[in-house]
Design a protein around this ligand. Structure first.
Ligand SMILES: Cc1cc2nc3c(=O)[nH]c(=O)nc-3n(C[C@H](O)[C@H](O)[C@H](O)COP(=O)(O)OP(=O)(O)OC[C@H]3O[C@@H](n4cnc5c(N)ncnc54)[C@H](O)[C@@H]3O)c2cc1C
Length: 366
């Protein structure tokens, strides 16, 4: 293998490219990123960068070694696996011997094409546009009470805005389960957020511009309307490639898609496990996938998924997926700090310092 192409421009792509060098790969590594900015991390975009506390520049990921050919503003538009060739947006072919797919996801939008007014938050540009709008606003309506929507709500409260969050489910239930979700819901209410659950879902109101939403007969609106209703895996460029797509590109536990192709991060769906759209998983999958591409005999990602969130003064860390597991079997409370464990394979902390490794061990312990 002489030439490895890495398609993507964020944490999974950068980790894979640098890991190939760590593992001693001396051939050409070319990273193709659709974004024009140097690779950056998205994690602070809903937190300190949105509030203005941290700068855009602070999100930059550590620069890649000069030996990696980083091509910014370069979008892959199609893939021919037989010819081992990617085509980029100016029509140029990029040949490869090995390929890492790390194209992540993009924000899902609710409004139809041509309707203005719906803000989303996925990129630095989205963050800058939203921050600018918030600076002129008194109120914000957040559609979607998942991790991202609730983080945006929290940041908007620190900016002094009136905040309403609307979702078809109670906040965070689908991702954290009832106990942890309640901790954050209580904190959000204490911070003055209005939470609305609309089991049937909201209906957008407006024609050319989004004016608000119909929530079971109530019209809700605000100076700024932002939706945080999940992301769509950015795998359109793989349509027609013959690779298996199922809400992402399907991989085995080592990220392998084919002999000469691997995938990692938010674009990947691991067979039997699913998609794990969180930062730490993107890093770990990228390393394992790079190893697999080089033919290293390493184990697949076997650790429980890990993610964290910070909102309303509450820091939650989660190993495994507690959402479907009901009530935890163990809850250890010490003031405002908590440690929870589900014997079916999850553990979590609230405002509690514990190394990630330990939390995962706790989640896996039977
Ligand atoms: C605002 C926000 C806050 C978050 N906070 C947390 C958090 O607190 N904790 C946590 O665990 N996780 C968090 N996450 C999730 C985490 O950021 C993602 O899991 C992570 O970014 C996934 O990395 P990735 O590299 O797989 O994909 P992405 O970050 O989506 O990057 C994909 C890259 O590929 C590029 N690309 C896409 N298509 C093409 C193409 N055809 N050709 C070339 N390049 C392409 C994109 O432009 C982008 O640069 C957050 C996400 C967001 C949006």
């Amino acid at each position: 293998m002489r030439r490895i192409a890495v398609v993507g421009g964020s944490i999974a792509a950068v980790t894979a490219a640098s890991w190939l060098r760590v593992r001693g790969f001396e051939g050409t590594v070319t990273l193709l990123s659709a974004e024009t900015e140097q690779p950056y991390t998205r994690v602070p975009l809903s937190k300190t960068v949105l509030s203005g506390e941290a700068t855009d520049a602070s999100t930059a990921l550590p620069p890649l070694d000069d030996s990696v050919d980083v091509r910014l503003g370069t979008r892959a538009v199609s893939l021919n696996t037989r010819a081992r060739r990617i085509v980029i947006d100016n029509g140029e072919p990029v040949p490869y011997d090995g390929l890492v797919i790390a194209t992540g996801g993009r924000a899902r939008r609710l409004s139809p094409p041509g309707m203005a007014g719906e803000k989303v938050l996925r990129t630095l540009a989205d963050c800058a546009a939203l921050r600018e709008d918030l600076a002129r606003a008194h109120s914000v309506l957040v559609i979607g009470a998942g991790l991202l929507g609730m983080e945006i709500a929290s940041t908007c409260r620190t900016l002094g805005l009136q905040v309403t969050v609307v979702d078809r489910d109670p906040p965070l239930r689908r991702v954290l389960g009832p106990v942890l979700a309640q901790v954050i819901t209580d904190a959000a209410r204490e911070h003055g957020v209005v939470l609305r659950t609309v089991p049937g879902g909201v209906r957008l109101v407006g024609s050319r511009t989004l004016e608000g939403v119909d929530a079971d007969g109530d019209f809700l609106t605000a100076d700024v309307i932002v939706s945080a209703v999940g992301d769509v895996p950015a795998v359109d460029w793989l349509t027609g490639s013959g690779l298996r797509l199922d809400r992402g590109v399907v991989t085995d536990s080592r990220g392998r898609v084919a002999n000469d192709i691997v995938a990692a991060g938010d674009a990947a769906v691991v067979r039997g496990v699913g998609r794990r759209p969180h930062w730490t998983n993107a890093v770990e999958q990228a390393r394992v996938a790079a190893d697999a591409l080089l033919g290293e005999d390493v184990a697949g990602v076997a650790l429980p998924s890990y993610f964290w969130t910070n909102q309303f003064g509450v820091e939650v860390k989660v190993a495994g997926e507690p959402a479907g597991l009901g009530e935890p079997d163990m809850v250890d409370v010490d003031g405002s700090s908590m440690l929870l464990r589900w014997s079916a394979g999850a553990a979590a902390t609230v405002n509690h310092t514990v190394p990630v490794r330990k939390l995962r061990q706790l989640a896996s312990a039977t």
